[in-house]
Design a protein around this ligand. Structure first.
Ligand code: NDP
Ligand code: GDR
Length: 383
């Protein structure tokens, strides 16, 4: 029998880390993950994969770690002797990176160097393949569309600048030390376990809450921004394929379709039968309930009569606090290289992604509704 491959995932508690861990375990890997110490449990997304440390022959093993701590990372890599490292850990919120730029440079930028250098110092350059979670944010200010592996970068946030360092240090270690180190330039990908403060999840949570009568209004920033949104499940498969390729290269992973934030809002509310009409401009723009599609509302298990009461009300508004000092207006990726050379094919279209997220959030928010009915206070988070 072939020996089990060993993978190390940094950022295993995040959206992508959880899907990737699940994917690799299904492929028969032994998966090691790095999680941070937190004052509350932070393993919600991977709890279904947890294995009791007292059980022999575990396939899923967690280590405490931190991207800003070289000694910690070097020790874990030495212990694990991984065949593959997926470096997914990062402070990944673009807007927050304007508030914590130095930390982001350290964790997202220098953190990548720490991984590469540990592999080199430990003499693992021939054994260990490295995947670096690069991003479409590198393209930033629009230079050309669709964006490909050769489109010039123009980062527009401390996050993107840190990721630019990580991108180039990965290329440099590949060229200097002949390492199998690759960048996956991934465009936005979402899922039911997407962080709650990214725009798609903020929208699907709010649309569900508004439909259930738990929230009155959704406040957003730039509704004109356009993103190429895919499903995280499709994208983690690609991370693995990148490390199975014959040669180490950099790859764009995208859907090739771009959609404005405003239209994502329309689709999410549409799932629960709320048809929106947008009126006004800039900070005065609002999304007003134009009509209720009774069939969709019923299919979603909602109280149609209560939804009818929303007619004519503004349920979406713009709050400038969510504007960014510098914005990325338009992202649309060209995944041709990945499709042709690695045979990658995505399974989810945008509509299916929205439906998947809405179904899940509606289910989660229904629990909140029960709590509210039982007299408990429900928090509304607007970040
Ligand atoms: P998440 O924010 O969901 O997850 C980030 C993970 O990194 C979490 O496990 C987090 O831990 C961990 N982490 C953050 N800072 C540190 C640190 N200093 N030390 C150790 N661990 C840390 O991101 P995603 O899963 O969405 O993204 C994965 C990677 O892919 C990130 O690098 C992101 O920048 C990049 N990316 C994401 C895209 C997307 O659309 N999702 C697109 C392109 C790139 P904790 O749970 O404790 O917070
Ligand atoms: P992004 O994702 O910045 O593309 O980075 P996010 O969902 O935060 O923003 C997408 C676009 O929506 C606009 N927007 C809002 N964004 C948030 N978060 N909250 C709002 O209220 C809001 N209103 C409008 C934003 O201005 C932006 O234009 C994500 C992250 O996963 C990165 O880690 C990853 O590298 C990139 O995707 C590719």
């Amino acid at each position: 029998m072939a020996e089990q491959k060993v993978a190390l995932i940094t950022g295993v508690t995040g959206q992508d880390g959880s899907y990737l861990a699940e994917f690799l375990l299904k492929k028969g890997y032994i998966v090691h993950g790095i999680k941070r110490r937190a004052s509350l449990f932070n393993t919600d997304r991977i709890d279904h994969l947890y294995q009791d440390p007292h059980v022999e022959h575990r396939n899923f093993i967690l280590h405490y770690g931190e991207m800003t701590d070289s000694m910690n990372l070097t020790r874990i890599i030495q212990e694990v002797q991984p065949d593959e490292i997926y470096n997914l850990a990062a402070m990944s919120h673009v807007a927050v990176s304007f508030e914590t730029p130095e930390y982001v440079a350290n964790a997202d930028g220098t953190g990548t160097l720490r991984i590469l250098e540990a592999v080199r110092l430990l003499g693992l350059t021939e054994k260990t393949r490295i995947y670096q979670a690069s991003t479409s944010e590198l393209y930033g200010k629009v230079q050309e569309v669709p964006q490909t592996e050769t489109t010039p970068f123009y980062p527009r946030s401390p996050y993107a600048v840190a990721k630019m360092y990580a991108y180039w240090i990965t290329v440099n270690y590949r060229e200097a030390y002949d390492m199998f180190a690759c960048n996956g330039i991934l465009f936005n990908h979402e899922s039911p376990v997407r962080g709650e403060t990214f725009v798609t999840r903020k929208i699907t949570r709010a649309a569900s809450k508004i439909a259930l009568g738990l929230q009155d209004k959704l406040y957003l920033g730039n509704l004109d921004a356009k993103r190429d949104w895919g499903h995280a499940k499709d994208y983690v498969k690609m991370m693995w394929l990148i490390l199975q390729a014959d040669e180490p290269e950099d790859w764009v992973i995208a859907t090739g379709v771009t959609t404005a934030v405003r239209d994502f809002v329309r689709m999410a509310f549409g799932y629960v039968g709320i048809e929106l009409e947008f009126k006004g401009e800039g900070v005065d723009e609002v999304g007003i309930v134009k009509s209720i599609d009774e069939t969709k509302a019923k299919n979603a298990g909602l109280d149609v009569q209560r939804l009818q009461e929303l007619a004519g009300k503004a349920v979406v508004a713009v709050d400038p606090r969510y504007f960014r000092p510098t914005e990325v207006d338009l992202l649309i990726g060209d995944p041709t290289k990945a499709e042709q050379k690695l045979g990658w094919k995505r399974e989810y279209k945008l509509e299916e992604l929205v439906n998947d997220m809405m179904k899940s959030d509606l289910h989660l928010m229904t629990k909140d509704q029960y709590l509210k009915e039982g007299g408990y206070t429900i928090m509304n988070y607007f970040e």
